[in-house]
Design a binder for this molecule. Sequence first.
Ligand code: ZN
Length: 158
Amino acid sequence: MVRLSVTLSAEVEEVKNIYPSSDKIWFFKLKCSNCLTVSENFVGIDPEEKIEQRNSTVNLLMKCKSCTRENTVSIEQMPPIKDRDQSGENNIQLEMARFDCRGIELEEFDPRDQWTVVTTSGKEFHDADLSNDWSEYDDSASASICVLSISSSINKIK
Ligand SMILES: [Zn+2]
């Protein structure tokens, strides 16, 4: 079993926080720990998918196409992240989710959509697509909101 955490990094303007929707589907390329085969496509891990597995509930149960081993991933509860305040920062690096992986590792993350961007004035833009650079105009604060040069990393939790 390995616990992995996903961090999103970006250059931002007028952004206070970014967090995923509670129903966000997380897309990864997955690597089987047994035979080291990496999935060709991105596979979605859906928090609303609940699969009973022995003594626990997992969000993904996948049979490796190469070695046929059954591997699982569960999305872990995160400490509260909706109240984070990054106001005044131009470069942010925020942990977004944690995963409990059994027999499998997260190899590559695709951010896609289902993000909430909170502006420094407190306005929330829901369902932001962070696949590419993202920008909006906040009328109430007469400010441009930008999330640029988005990248991500996957780290082991010790
Ligand atoms: Zn395998």
